[in-house]
Design a binder for this molecule. Structure first.
Ligand code: UDX
Length: 452
């Protein structure tokens, strides 16, 4: 099926490339000229495992890229909107890119019916408004995405479900047919239901993680093994084993944003929610707990391994490192940090360069061209051992495999001090102790009492 995909961010690029893989003809519409030029050269503007290979396979064949809407719509039966909906201070997402796109569509479209699929994450009621704005000749369908960064391509082909929210059954069938060949239940429903499934799913995950982190904190205080506790909990089929790994608090572009947007939606409808604000508070406290595990840091040199909000991505949006590193610096520590992919995005975020990953044209690896603008006492290095060497303590914030593979003896030799705070539970506590290290995991920190 000939399809236009609007927005070459991480959702749009992944969707476009994977739809080509399913045999569709896709034209990717992107307004950023520089981004389009890079794509045409075969370079992916974002780091997402497997994406480069798919782009190279389809670019210039099943996949075309353009800045021109009429070219994108030429012959297309469907347009999939994957434009960004970044958060605002109120919690409401900023929908201006979506409204701009729909306005352009309305002006552009001549004859025949166009199905407009809203994949961007939007508050309940948005698809209905989109249909009202577009009017006759357009069928709006909500089709939220559930892609995790770092495994987006796998998630596209192996989804737990496909959600299609529509007012017209024919349009719903057309969108469901896009995914023919993928083995997953299809939930066909109305607009608001589809929109709310997306928000409720991410809010649930956030609540589950805050709960997990609180159980880990109690286990720490008891000297109990929190990971065994959570494994025992997760074996209950009603609870399930996923999203039970304690850590430094959830981050990323979706969980915090969608939880805030669901709170905003409820506020507008005068529905009081108690659980979601508590999950947000618990997440902030979890980051404080990681700091407390380091003890007093004034005058010390702290090595940080990991800046991305999770492994497999260069995304630092809402990353724990963005909160924890400035707090360490404010307490008088010197920080030497490393990340295999996210050094440039982190430097941009820290210096307030405002580089949003979705709009960033930066290379996916490599340190910033200079330390200019970085806060005093903070250094970014290219190599993980360079960060560890001579440090008083090591703080592990992202679960990159190369960190997990670091031999405890080598960590002991590199550090000047002996403290390792492992916010991702990458290491075996006994092996760390045997190497002469003081090891503090999350839910594996015998006798640690969280701050009041
Ligand atoms: C999430 C949703 O999973 C996805 O369905 C949605 O569409 C977009 O948002 P993503 O933000 O890429 O995906 O990351 P995810 O893998 O879900 O992790 C979210 C956060 O939770 C990360 O900070 C991660 O480190 C943390 N996490 C996850 C844990 O701390 N423990 C876990 O067990 C799982």
């Amino acid at each position: 099926m000939p399809i236009a995909v609007a927005g070459a961010g991480y959702v749009g690029l992944t969707t476009a490339a994977c739809l080509c893989e399913l045999g569709h003809q896709v034209t990717l519409l992107e307004i950023d000229v520089e981004r389009v030029a890079r794509l045409k050269r075969g370079e992916s503007p974002i780091f997402e495992p497997g994406l480069d290979a798919l782009l190279q396979r389809h670019l210039g064949r099943a996949l075309k890229v353009t800045t021109d809407l009429s070219e994108a719509l030429d012959g297309a039966e469907m347009l999939i909107a994957c434009v960004g909906t970044p958060p605002t201070a109120s919690g409401a997402p900023n929908l201006s890119a979506l409204w701009r796109l729909l306005g352009d569509l309305r002006r552009q479209r001549r004859s025949g019916e166009l199905t407009v699929v809203v994949k961007s994450t939007v508050p309940p009621g948005t698809n209905r408004r989109a249909q009202q704005r577009l009017g006759a000749g357009f069928a709006v369908v909500s089709n939220p995405e559930f892609l995790r960064e770092g495994t987006a391509i796998h998630d596209f082909f192996h989804p737990d479900r496909i959600v299609v929210g529509a007012a017209q059954p024919a349009a719903a069938r057309q969108v469901a047919a896009l995914y023919r060949g993928i083995d997953a239940p299809v939930v066909v429903t109305g607009w608001e239901e589809a929109e709310l499934i997306k928000y409720a799913s991410n809010a649930f995950l956030a609540v589950k993680l805050s709960f997990t982190n609180e159980v880990a904190a109690v286990a720490d205080s008891l000297g109990a093994d929190g990971l065994t506790v959570l494994r025992g909990v997760g074996l209950d089929r009603r609870i399930g084993p996923h999203f039970l790994a304690p850590g430094p608090g959830y981050g990323g572009s979706c969980l915090p944003k969608d939880l805030a947007a669901l709170r905003w939606t409820a506020r507008r409808r005068r529905v009081r929610l108690d659980l979601l604000p508590a999950a947000e508070r618990a997440n902030r406290r979890q980051r404080q707990r990681m700091l407390a595990k380091l003890g007093p840091v004034a005058g010390k040199r702290i090595a940080v391994w990991g800046l991305a909000f999770k492994a497999g991505t260069d995304d630092v949006r809402e990353s724990p490192a963005l909160e924890i590193i400035p707090a360490l610096l404010a307490q008088g520590a010197r920080v030497v940090a490393h990340d295999p992919e996210a050094r440039r995005t982190f430097a941009a975020a820290l210096t307030g360069a405002g580089v949003q990953r979705e709009g960033s044209a930066s290379a996916s690896t490599g340190v910033p061209p200079s330390g200019a603008g970085l806060p005093g006492g903070f250094t970014l290095v290219d190599e993980m051992w360079e960060a560890a060497r001579g440090a008083d303590a090591l703080l592990v914030l992202t679960e990159w495999p190369e960190y997990a593979a670091a031999p405890p003896e080598a960590i002991r030799t590199a550090l000047a001090g002996d403290l390792v705070v492992d916010a991702r539970n990458l290491f075996d506590p006994e092996a760390m102790a045997a190497a002469g290290l003081r090891y503090r995991g999350v839910g594996r920190d015998r006798g640690f009492h969280p701050p009041a």
